[in-house]
Write a protein of this length. Structure first.
Length: 166
């Protein structure tokens, strides 16, 4: 990276970034328009409202132009928001904290897909279901492991393919 650029990586609450710390003190000296940066971050992170989101800001100190890259919160955090719970089960194979619909699982898988090592939504769904298993979350009222088996068998292909097109 050239000396003309500064990169700031931080966590912000989705849709609620401010010009205060950590952004203001770090970006202020670069001369970039802080209000524009904060507005852009809030616009890009509003779908993750209430969640901590990783954000990478690259500022060209000469031109004052900036680029913002937004990460995705962990799958576990997305599940907890969907279930309106504070934490997963401490005994995931015996105690369950709730049940999600397959649509909710697919929605989360779609959010995670760009950062995964796959381009297949079906593979992303299987991965996300793995997190559900370890957190004590049922899907469609069944153990997530059962749903994983059904996904592998093709029972959810129609629903998953519907979401691939949107």
């Amino acid at each position: 990276m050239s000396e003309d650029k500064i990169v700031v990586e931080t966590m912000v609450v989705g849709g609620k970034a401010t010009a205060g710390p950590p952004l203001g003190p770090t970006l202020g000296p670069t001369g970039v328009n802080l209000a524009q940066v904060v507005n852009k971050i809030n616009e890009l992170t509003k779908q993750f409202e209430g969640l901590k989101v990783p954000v990478k800001i690259t500022v060209n100190k000469k031109t004052k132009e900036f680029e913002i890259e937004v990460g995705v919160p962990p799958t576990s955090a997305l599940f907890l928001v969907e279930l309106k719970k504070e934490k997963g089960s401490s005994r995931a194979h015996e105690e369950f904290i709730g049940s999600l619909s397959m649509e909710q699982v697919i929605k989360i898988a779609k959010m995670k897909l760009p950062k995964m090592n796959t381009t297949s939504l079906k593979s992303a769904v299987l991965s996300v279901l793995g997190t559900a298993v370890s957190m004590g979350i049922k899907v469609e009222g069944k153990r997530a492991k059962e749903i994983q088996k059904e996904v592998k068998e093709g029972k959810w292909d129609d629903l998953i393919s519907k979401y691939e097109e949107t």
